[in-house]
Design a protein around this ligand. Sequence first.
Ligand code: NAI
Length: 734
Amino acid sequence: MSAVTIERHDEVAVLTFDLPGESVNKFSRAVKDEFAAVLSQLDRDANVKAAVLISGKPDTFIAGADIEEFLGWTTGAQAAAASAEGHAMLERLEDGRVPIVAAIHGACLGGGLEVALACAYRIATDHPKTVLALPEVQLGLIPGAGGTQRLPRTVGLQAALDMILTGKNIRARKASQIGLVHELVHPAILRNIAIARARELAAGSLKRNPQARERTAKTLLLDDNPVGRSLVLRQARELTLKKSRGHYPAPLAAIDAVAAGYHGTEKGYAEEARIFGELASSPVSRELIFLFFATTALKKDSGVARSRDGHEGGDLPAGTPGQTQETLTSIGKLGVLGAGFMGSGIAAVAAQSGVMVRMKDSEPDRVAKGLGAVRDIFQDRLTKRQITRQQFDDQLLLVGGTTDYSGFANADLVIEAVFEDLTVKHRVVRELEAVIGADAIVASNTSTIPILRIAEASQRPERVLGMHFFSPVHKMPLLEIIVTSMTDPAVIATAVAFGKRLGKTVIVVRDAPGFYVNRILTPYLNEAGRFLDLGATVDAVDNAMLAFGFPVGPITLLDEVGLDIAGKSGAIFLEAFGERMAPAQSLRAVVEAGRLGRKGKNGFYSYDADGKKGDVDASVYTLLPTGTTRHEVPAADIQGRLSLVMVNEAVRCLEEGIIQSPRDGDIGAVFGFGFPPFRGGPFRYIDTLGAGAVVTQLEEIDARYPGRFVAAETLIRMARRGERFYPATGHPLI
Ligand code: NAI
């Protein structure tokens, strides 16, 4: 079956790209060959004077390259050759006898935008679904089919760098403003206008690739003069290095490729291909591509336990996918208990996804405060133009507040986010079950209480589970769904589907202390405290982990989470796991001194009246058992111990069946608290180091600090057998 069909309108050929059997259009080897054949056919047919390229998919123009095919490259040279081939094809498209109009509706990404850039004219629909981007840096790559060359020529250096270095989506209107598209139209007339413009190109009344926008004096000054250009490029390099801390080579390399283009087109394309090849075989790109596959796979996963082959332990209820599909309930109305920090965040993301929400708290002023918090979240999105005024009004209308259970009888799902207190949780579960329907699901957002304990108060524990959101709910991408041995598979599947609808990346984890994310984060944070016990400075600990690639240092994170909360959860971990999770003395001391962290504007760091973080609060050292005399500790020691204690705990979670797969464990760590994405996640990181090396290092540290670094059984076994969590080559998840 062919991906491109050709329809003739007199001298105009309309090429409709509609990849059979796929929801989006993407470029695979076969599609590229077909395109090449179509170009030849157009060239040969003297009756064809111009053409239109349009998509047959409802929401996508072209989503880009088929990333699965990247896995087939075993050397950088192969990737570079593929890039050079892309250049040749798009040069043919650009310079061919037949000018082509790109008629863009929906996502126009990566290779899709590179094709559009080689077209003679670009029309986009003024529609929210229409977004344009070169997202390659997000995969550790650079655009490889001419993007680093044609985009700066089309929109100017600064606007091009902004797109290439961030990979962000830009809307049609912005694309028109920066001169990336020539014309905006309503979707209903896209095709006809495109055909009309093709006719004009054929007649010569429209020039090929006209300047879409008058260039301002500023862009002329910067782009057309070597001094201005080198200034922009230098600033971009500095900013990129600062942001990436040297961990992500792609953005810097993209700047090099863009810069090369100013020394001649040929040089530019050659550099782009060379750099693309180099990056395609780099470890960073491999990890980022893994994360891409892992998140894509999770989106398709119902969350109900898959085959449990491959690792022991665990008792996730098994479900038959077919049954699950049929019993999956769509959540029309959501109830939220507790209009506090988390409850209001959950209500906001639900309303954003079009769900009607009823939020209950015990006092009217708390309800009002919660509704105000929801409004603030929407207001922020409105200010940033992420939503329209109409959407703002619509979403706000979806959230109602109450101090009694009115309206809860109709809820399909209720998420409780009341105080972290078992008695309160039990009370609300009983109250709830007296008013909600028999099929309604009760979810708890508890961060520390076992779901099975909460379910003790329930008449229907099979309809109870945990939905552990992270704060702030509207920004944090992860959702842990916690299932007990009693949770019904259909309830799990419904909660997973609902979490995805809220735009979250969902992992299903087993009910156990700390679930997954906090279970591996706690020993890591504790170990940071142990370094303070040993006399390291707060800065040294935080800076070491920033340099390792975490977005914030562990001590800063403790201040963010709240020291009172960290103290309480420390006690729970000590009870559950014994001495190896005993809170560090320094952490205990600061908690006992009553410091709260950022929310109390007193923690390890100082905070101004608005809660903005300043320097380390030197007085905190007077509270520590090892006092104010601090000494230097090598960053590598800090990085080694903190990272190993965490990844070792992640392996234990896998052994205990708390997570279902290394994939879920990696995604949970990267999306839950920012485990460095370029390292792929704890399990990928172990594979990179090798299980043998990890065990050796753990044993060395355990000899010095007995108890906390005993290697997980699985690691020892893997080290002995030379095993890995993921295949060394090919697709990481097959
Ligand atoms: P919060 O103190 O901001 O909000 C709790 C709200 O529940 C308060 O407004 C309170 O008036 C209300 N409430 C108490 N009893 C109630 C009842 N019987 N009926 C209705 N409302 C009642 O607390 P926060 O931070 O929102 O935490 C809520 C839950 O979320 C806790 O279980 C906590 O462990 C969990 N959680 C908190 C995270 C965080 O970072 N704050 C992260 C993940 C989970």
